[in-house]
Design a protein around this ligand. Structure first.
Ligand code: SF4
Ligand code: SF4
Length: 137
């Protein structure tokens, strides 16, 4: 998770992470020497042990569900088992390996395909499931 600096959207007031900790598990985080799909050593499973002192990357990051009202409640990562963010033209979908087919199910598959086919601004959609990588088309 190294190129999030272009993702500075404002959080939607009515949405909160709650007990979701997908972004403390799914992405690789260089600053924490954390590989992908491994729990951050500071994660309690429901929160951050070093919340007040967490790295800037953790402070800045918001998944797309936190900032984009077009993603409805079905896209709450705690329900969808996916976290989604943008890196320039790339829409990155990290899927919880405990739910590897989540992205293939309704309503998600059709929406991901729609984003890929729209291709607005060269947009493309990449899905990561454990060590597997898929380009949505
Ligand atoms: S994936 Fe989204 S909702 Fe879940 S903890 Fe990260 S920013 Fe919050
Ligand atoms: S430092 Fe805290 S907020 Fe950052 S990944 Fe680890 S547990 Fe999550």
């Amino acid at each position: 998770m190294t190129a999030l600096s272009d993702f500075n959207a404002t959080p939607l007031a009515e949405r909160a992470c709650g007990t979701c900790t997908l972004c403390c598990r799914l992405p690789d985080i260089d600053a924490l020497e954390k590989p992908a799909n491994a729990w951050c050593r500071h994660c309690t499973g429901a929160g951050c042990r070093i919340y007040e002192d967490r790295p800037q990357l953790c402070r800045d990051f918001l998944c797309l569900w936190r900032t984009d009202e077009k993603l409805g409640e079905a896209w709450d990562p705690a329900r969808s088992h996916m976290m989604i963010y943008r890196q320039g033209p790339q829409v990155t979908v990290l899927v919880d390996p405990d739910h590897p087919d989540a992205w293939k199910r309704a309503p998600y598959a059709a929406v991901l395909q729609g984003w890929a086919r729209e291709g607005e601004g060269g947009q493309y959609v990449i899905v990561f499931v454990g060590d597997a990588v898929f380009k949505v088309d």
